[in-house]
Design a protein around this ligand. Structure first.
Ligand code: SF4
Length: 694
């Protein structure tokens, strides 16, 4: 008798948040997967949160798109790709390269992202490729570039474990980056790390907070200006970055009243932050999703630059990304404002270098349309052909109703997705079946710059194809077969790594040229690694030596004049905060497949302060109609003093099909941060009333 040994588990990476946990997967023999945390992955050391643990429950074929469709009818791949290539080529020929656009996703693998960016910027010749990561971390990118001269995250996750004080600002780490929260909580238990949470809401993260500062919404820059002024008062300014004097003058002009916090609470915060060197300030969407998000990022970074608390163990500003590959998208230039490998689209030498490397016939010569502007251009007809890849903007974009109408009215819309049932796919003329997590091979980069493999465990269902292969098929049909002649994602990764060497020679931070020419065997066994990784550089942290990537080599401090969010009005007197819940992801196309994940919070809801609920006549668990100038949602009322009066909260995940109807992004205005183009998703002016069914 032969005893079969069990199949070895395949090492891959979780597709949800930016922590980027390593996952071990084993096919269960009936189309599903057994899932466990990878004890050897440096992001999670075996831990998984509830979303990652439930991954095996989300890989079934329910509602999967298995063949291409044209106008709702099944089609062959040749028919579909021929049509997409012809319509894009015709549109470009008649109206120019800027008449077409790609809207992509921080859920794409780096190789997919690379292919899309190469096709749009180097061959079509437009920079009209933007991403749902614009909604996630664009303000951090802009803030990094202003302060450091490059989009570089200075530190590592382990810095949260080495710090004496960790400040979490605009970050519900417990629900949105749960494994990083677990690491912090363990460090706090072991070392007595002091934790400060700065958030208008009393979130689950406050469970480990030594101090919670429920500041006035949008007043984060004022609070960090007060900190900077206090740093100077205590004689803790140890560095001389450019702009120090102006930044200090702006900080000294800031009044404590702007924060809405009592003096004693502000004093406790200043004492904690200034009490020792080892301080990490973590920030996320509560900072980024604001019409002054970039200024808030720079107000935080200013304090670390002035004190030299950056790039050394246990200290630094730390932006944590929402999505699994928001960072990878930045590396390949998958934003309308960047070139590949963090090169500068407005720098002619950088454009020439990328064009030369790609042997591209033309090159985008200016930044393209950022997400909100892109859909405005679809709406007014400037964009005549749109390809949406791996994302659901008809639910997730601010002004979602307006965006859905714009997509519907676009001359030609293509959607690549796992499902034809998303609100966005239903609006497209051509729908292309894409592989999903568990079925595709590639790499992702997490919030600490660690590149990890996602590995194929399951076969592609039906005729589904990898996104890079779909994009390459269109590029070849548009006349550029040689440039898109990859056979395997390892070929793309090798090309990406080689291009990063060109960027490194130009002074760029993103240099992984040690992997240029990687073989498929080496790609298959690639271990998680931090960038940069080249013959020249392999530093783990950045900037401890005081050298930055600005022309002067010095960091830049910004003079920040704090701005309050746009005012509410009498017709819309509440300021709605939006965000995630613990167990769902984005528009729930995958986490919605797991009944277990819906047990935590089963339907869309509105957190409302008891005083507001009483004034509006809204009982707990009743239905509220929430309206803004942009749209409406019907939400279950959850009365709680976790939110402040006048500042309700609602999660972003549910679509319009559920009852209650929770399409919360339809309420959010299209207001953006002027520096980053990131929408102000945490500040929607709304009216609230009891819902009476018709
Ligand atoms: Fe996945 Fe994030 Fe949970 Fe890790 S913390 S298992 S990356 S959702």
């Amino acid at each position: 008798m032969t005893i079969q040994s069990p199949r070895p588990a395949i090492r891959t990476t979780c597709p949800y948040c930016g922590v980027g946990c390593g996952v071990l997967t084993t096919p269960d023999g009936s189309g599903g997967l057994a899932v466990a945390g990878d004890p050897d992955h440096p992001a999670n050391f075996g831990r998984l949160c509830v979303k990652g643990s439930a991954l095996g429950e989300t890989v079934g074929l329910k509602d999967r798109l298995l063949t291409p469709r044209i106008d709702g009818q099944e089609a062959t791949w040749d028919q579909a790709l021929d049509l997409v290539a012809r319509r894009f080529s015709d549109t470009i020929a008649r109206h120019g390269p800027d008449s077409v656009a790609f809207y992509v996703s921080g859920q794409l693998l780096t190789e997919d992202y690379y292919a899309a960016n190469k096709l749009m910027k180097g061959f079509i010749g437009s920079a009209n490729i933007d991403t749902n990561s614009r909604l996630c971390m664009a303000s951090s990118v802009a803030g990094h570039r202003r302060a450091f001269g490059s989009d570089t995250v200075p530190g590592l996750y382990e810095d949260l474990e080495l710090a004496d004080v960790v400040v979490l600002v605009g970050s519900n780490l417990s629900w949105c980056h749960p494994v990083l929260y677990q690491r912090l909580a363990a460090a706090r238990a072991a070392r007595g790390t002091r934790v400060v949470v700065i958030d208008p809401r009393r979130t689950a993260t406050c469970d480990i907070a030594d101090l919670h500062l429920p500041l006035a919404p949008g007043s984060d820059a004022a609070l960090f200006n007060l900190l900077l002024a206090d740093i100077a008062r205590r004689g803790l300014v140890s560095e001389t970055p450019d702009g120090l004097d102006d930044a200090l003058a702006a900080a000294r002009a800031t009044l404590p009243g702007a924060t809405g916090l009592p003096h004693s609470a502000i004093r406790q915060f200043l004492d904690l932050w200034c009490g020792g060197d080892r301080v990490v300030t973590v920030y996320s969407q509560g900072i980024n999703q604001s019409d002054s998000g970039t200024d808030k990022v720079n107000a935080i970074i200013n304090c670390h630059l002035a004190t030299g608390r950056i790039g050394r163990p246990g200290m630094g500003p730390f932006s944590v990304t929402g999505q699994p590959n928001a960072m990878g998208g930045r590396e390949v230039g998958g934003l309308a404002t960047m070139l590949a490998c963090h090169l500068d689209i407005e720098n002619p030498a950088h454009r020439d270098a990328v064009q030369g490397f790609w042997h591209a016939p033309r090159m985008a010569a200016k930044p393209g349309l950022k997400a909100v502007d892109m859909f405005r251009a679809v709406e007014d007809g400037r964009i005549k052909a749109l390809w949406i890849i791996c994302t659901n903007p008809a639910v997730s974009m601010p002004q979602a109703d307006r965006v859905a109408a714009a997509i519907k009215g676009c001359g030609f819309t293509v959607v690549s997705d796992m499902f034809a049932t998303t609100d966005t796919a239903r609006l497209a003329q051509v729908v292309l079946p894409a592989t999903g997590w568990g079925e595709k091979d590639g790499t992702v980069t997490n919030s600490e710059r660690r590149i990890s493999r996602q590995r194929r465990t399951l076969p592609a269902p039906g005729q589904a194809r990898d996104d890079w292969r779909i994009i390459a098929g269109v590029g070849a049909r548009m006349g550029w077969a040689d440039a898109f002649a990859w056979d395997h994602p390892a070929d793309i990764f090798a090309e990406h790594a080689a291009l990063s060497g060109v960027a490194g020679a130009l002074g760029g931070d993103f240099d992984i040229s040690a992997h240029a020419g990687i073989t498929r065997g080496a790609y298959d066994t690639l271990e998680p690694f931090l960038w940069p990784h080249s013959a020249r550089r392999r530093n783990r942290r950045f900037f401890a030596d005081g050298r930055f990537h600005t022309p002067s080599g010095k960091a830049r401090m910004l003079a920040i004049a704090p701005r309050a969010p746009q005012p509410v009005d009498a017709a819309h007197p509440f300021r709605l905060n939006t965000g995630r819940v613990r167990d769902h992801w984005h528009t729930m196309t995958r986490t919605g497949l797991s009944p277990r994940l819906s047990r935590h919070l089963a339907e869309p809801f509105l957190e409302l302060h008891p005083a507001d609920a009483a004034r509006l006549g809204l009982a707990p668990a009743s239905l509220a109609k929430v309206t803004s100038p942009e749209g409406r949602a019907i939400l279950r009322v959850l009365v709680t003093d976790r939110v402040a009066p006048g500042h309700p909260f609602a999660p972003i995940h549910w679509t319009g099909e559920t009852a209650p109807s929770g399409r919360v992004s339809a309420l959010v205005p299209g207001t953006v941060d002027p520096a980053s183009g990131q929408p102000a998703s945490k500040f929607a002016p709304v009216a609230i009333a009891p819902f009476a069914a018709a």
